[in-house]
Design a protein. Structure first.
Length: 251
């Protein structure tokens, strides 16, 4: 009964987050396309910022979660942390790729080329490749404990590139513009444009939470399918195998 109540609560939270994410994305689209003015220099192409910057933020957020959960897994050996790290890495990889694609589309009219080996672009591409490697490592070992341990180490090491990406435009000469809005300091854009950007970042953050819940639910279904396949072979109920995996440290 308790497990059933938890599932209902999770599905309810998933539905609420889905509705909030949808509403936020619609509001963000209206603000970015109809309310915020075009840039005085770049014109309408600057509107890509309202998707490009939130995509970059989700990459940072996703890989920060991978880092934290990888540390937690190595300390506790609890499979739930490995599960969250895996889901967050998949989401982060998607939004990092989206960030690079949008940046290339923005760069063509501004820089005259889709790609240049600029410090920001190069370090972001390296970050994407490192997390592709993280997901590849998860497919190598057959042993779940070894797979989780190797992935955790890669997830921790790969996160070192995140601050490098963020600081690249400040530490090296770069075509890429510097930070548009700082957490502590003044904004370099008009207030209505800053408000639109903050709304987009908030909407994408809720979208991340929604995607995490969906991916974790899919992961639990995958684990149940494996447990049900193993159950007849080892003579133990699938629910017992799942409960044991969730409760006991792995490795």
């Amino acid at each position: 009964m308790q497990r059933m109540a938890a599932k209902i609560a999770t599905r309810r939270a998933e539905t609420v987050l889905g509705l909030l994410a949808g509403a936020g994305l619609v509001a963000s689209a209206i603000m970015s396309l109809a309310v915020a003015p075009p840039d005085a220099t770049q014109g309408n192409v600057q509107r890509l910022m309202y998707v490009h910057v939130p995509s970059a933020w989700l990459a940072y957020l996703s890989f920060g979660v991978v880092f934290a959960c990888s540390l937690a897994y190595l300390v506790t050996k609890r499979i739930r942390y490995d599960r969250v790290a895996h889901a967050s890495a998949e989401i982060g990889m998607v939004f990092t790729a989206l960030c690079i694609v949008l940046g290339s589309l923005w760069g063509k009219p501004v820089w005259g080329t889709y790609w240049t080996w600029d410090p920001r672009l190069t370090t972001t591409a390296i970050m994407l490749l490192m997390y592709v490697g993280y997901l590849a490592v998860r497919r190598l070992p057959d042993n779940p404990a070894r797979r989780a341990r190797w992935a955790a180490v890669v997830g921790i090491v790969a996160f070192a590139d995140v601050p490098i990406v963020q600081l690249s435009v400040e530490r090296w000469r770069s075509l890429h513009q510097g930070p548009t809005v700082r957490l502590l300091g003044s904004s370099t854009i008009a207030p209505i444009m800053a408000a639109t950007l903050f709304l987009a970042v908030a909407a994408f953050t809720v979208l991340y939470a929604y995607l995490m819940l969906v991916r974790l639910r899919v992961g639990r279904l995958e684990e149940r399918a494996v447990a049900e396949a193993l159950s007849p072979r080892i003579g133990r109920p699938a629910d017992e195998l799942l409960a044991e995996q969730e409760a006991a440290p792995v490795g």
